[in-house]
Design a protein. Structure first.
Length: 111
């Protein structure tokens, strides 16, 4: 994932979470909001109470890898905030991949 496709500022994170659409399952909560840019952007968040920094970064790398492998599932001018839940810690890569892909397809169908 390129740096240009990342939501970085705390203000943008909060704005997307407050005003965006929400979809969730037992592993992820995804907030989406359209943007005026000609590209998609992602923000990935893992709460501190789930695990330590090393494991949080591992989970973020897994999610980034899944997103890079399935670029055709998200629309161009859209912002996505992905928040991981407690159950992600015990799940293996394939389960995370299946659940995230399912949610992304569901979001695409709504549009």
């Amino acid at each position: 994932m390129k740096k240009i496709n990342v939501v970085k500022s705390n203000q943008e994170f909060n704005d997307i979470i407050k005003t965006g659409n929400c979809i969730k399952n037992s592993f992820f909560v995804i907030y989406t909001k359209s943007n005026k840019l000609d590209r998609y952007r992602f923000g990935i968040s893992v709460p501190k109470k789930i695990c330590n920094a090393v494991n949080r970064n591992k989970l973020k790398r897994k999610v980034r890898n899944i997103l890079d492998n399935y670029k055709n599932l998200y629309s161009k001018s859209e912002d996505y905030i992905i928040i991981l839940r407690n159950s992600c810690l015990d799940a293996d890569y394939k389960v995370l991949e299946d659940n995230l892909i399912y949610l992304l397809k569901k979001i695409k169908e709504k549009d």
